[in-house]
Design a protein around this ligand. Structure first.
Ligand SMILES: Cc1cc2nc3c(=O)[nH]c(=O)nc-3n(C[C@H](O)[C@H](O)[C@H](O)COP(=O)(O)OP(=O)(O)OC[C@H]3O[C@@H](n4cnc5c(N)ncnc54)[C@H](O)[C@@H]3O)c2cc1C
Length: 461
């Protein structure tokens, strides 16, 4: 979508082909048949440092649908609530006082985290390249991080941002999260959540393509490329059509792209050589709908990270229609706006029990993908009841577990050598997708960066 919009803006006629009946890919939404509520397949979070994604939303005119949260809430196993929030110290010190005030960390853990952050600052972006083939767990051990700091701080943030465990993730990617997301800028850590289902953000994509004379075909798969030993000569679709174009831009997942390429093409272009070596990492999204007694919402925070729980995040989903976000609130300006409030679905004084929707997320969910959904729901409800005792008197009315087994590529040590650039020896095949060489983990930001890079490569040629 990002590549198509940039190309269309430059006057290029794009024909976008999408196998599903809607745009959005992994950031799709669906209507739950039981509640009729529109859910995203999983909560998607962006940060203030996701500048390309923010630019893309601005181009689509939907930036006002992102609510920016300045307070990030953390709850430990003893129900101590800590809030990470910038104060008026300049970056990189804007979060220091807040972190030092955390009740759930011992003095030793806080000092160790501060030491770790300082080490990453000294390393800088240039230092990342020395750690592309070693795990973050190795770095944590070399920097004498205590188990409490690893469990309650480093692991949760790395899993949430990169969808991998410290043992499985390349240290360079973990550095990027802390350097770019925590230390670089006062607004870099701000957490953006869409106030509307994600699908509603993309309404303008087809319009922009069509306005430039392009086409959007939904519900039809790209099936195979034709290749003449130097260039792609055609793209075959599953409905039998054969399309000819000057450039063929693939934004498919890596395993799908591999299936489109005939053996001579795979042999001719080294970008396509390693596609099947890329590993994946799962994410679980758990949608829970509770009936809450009058005046007693079971959770009144907009979101919380459970630092010592198998359930990593809980998001408080506003009932439909969602509250209006502050107008035009890019991260630079977000500090001027108050923290968005979660509307209490059950206002005090109301005598009628109402519904409260919570959305739980388990990142790097390797050990949960084969567990039955009922068991995952039981675990999630038990963890919510532990964290929010009011949940014990709430009745679970509906639960839906969504297992995304191939949610993201796994940013393991060595992954950089498998991620291809946009362009290569087959000059009219241009690649995009979050798994391409962007320097970012599998995120919406990485996807948009790759899309912009692919569009730019075509425009340059
Ligand atoms: C559960 C989950 C939670 C996530 N949470 C976050 C988060 O909080 N923050 C964040 O930044 N990122 C998150 N991500 C990652 C983010 O969703 C992805 O990085 C991003 O959407 C990738 O975009 P993409 O365009 O590269 O790939 P995709 O979104 O996978 O797009 C590829 C498209 O190709 C289509 N396609 C496939 N085969 C064909 C074919 N043969 N012909 C035509 N079309 C085809 C697909 O239908 C799809 O629309 C999450 C992902 C998941 C799954």
């Amino acid at each position: 979508m990002a590549a198509a919009v940039r190309l269309a803006e430059a006057g290029v006629k794009v024909h976008l082909i999408e196998t599903r009946k809607f745009l959005g890919g992994r950031t799709a939404s669906f209507i739950d048949p039981v509640t009729g509520q529109t859910f995203d397949n999983c909560q998607h979070v962006l940060l203030g440092c996701c500048t390309y994604l923010i630019d893309f939303y601005a181009r689509l005119g939907v930036l006002d649908r992102i609510a920016w949260h300045r307070r990030l809430n953390f709850l430990d196993s003893q129900n101590r609530l800590d809030t990470l929030e910038a104060d008026d110290l300049p970056a990189p010190f804007h979060l220091t006082r807040s972190l030092l005030g955390f009740k759930s960390f011992s003095i030793g853990e806080k000092l160790a985290i501060a030491r770790g952050m300082l080490a990453m600052m000294r390393l800088g972006a240039a230092g990342r390249k020395h750690w592309t083939n070693r795990s973050f767990a190795q770095w944590l051990s070399e920097h004498r991080q205590p188990p409490g700091a690893i469990r309650k701080f480093w692991t949760g943030i790395v899993a949430g941002a990169i969808n991998e465990t410290p043992q499985r993730v390349a240290a360079s990617y973990a550095f990027q999260v802390f350097q770019d997301g925590f230390l670089a800028h006062e607004d870099a850590y701000l957490m953006g959540l869409s106030t509307v289902p994600l699908a509603e953000l993309y309404g303008g994509v087809a319009e922009r393509i069509q306005k430039a004379g392009g086409l959007v075909t939904l519900g039809c798969s790209a099936e195979s490329f034709e290749f003449d030993s130097q260039r792609i000569t055609a793209l075959r679709l599953e409905d039998g059509r054969k399309l000819n174009a000057d450039y063929y831009l693939s934004a498919l997942p890596f395993d799908r792209l591999q299936k489109l390429c005939p053996p001579p093409l795979l042999a001719a272009d080294p970008r396509l050589k390693n596609l099947l070596q890329i590993q994946v990492s799962p994410i679980l999204g758990i949608h829970l709908c509770f009936e809450v007694p009058p005046g007693r919402p079971l959770m009144d925070l907009p979101h919380v990270v459970l630092t010592e729980s198998p359930l990593h995040w809980i998001f408080n989903k506003p009932p439909e229609p969602p509250p209006a976000a502050p107008p035009e609130a890019p991260p630079e300006a977000a500090r001027r706006y108050p923290e968005p409030e979660i509307r209490n679905p059950n206002p005090v004084g109301s005598s009628v029990a109402t519904m409260q929707y919570l959305h739980g997320v388990i990142s790097a969910a390797h050990q949960w993908v084969d567990v039955p959904a009922e068991e995952i729901t039981r675990m999630a409800v038990a963890e919510i009841q532990k964290a929010f005792p009011a949940a014990r008197s709430a009745r679970l009315r509906h639960a839906r577990v969504i297992k995304e087994k191939r949610a993201t590529f796994s940013a393991q040590p060595g992954i950089d050598s498998l991620r291809p650039p946009a362009t290569g020896p087959v000059a009219n095949l241009v690649l995009a997708g979050d798994w391409c060489q962007t320097g970012w983990p599998a995120t919406m930001e990485g996807a948009v960066r790759s899309g912009y890079a692919a569009a730019e490569a075509i425009l340059k040629q």
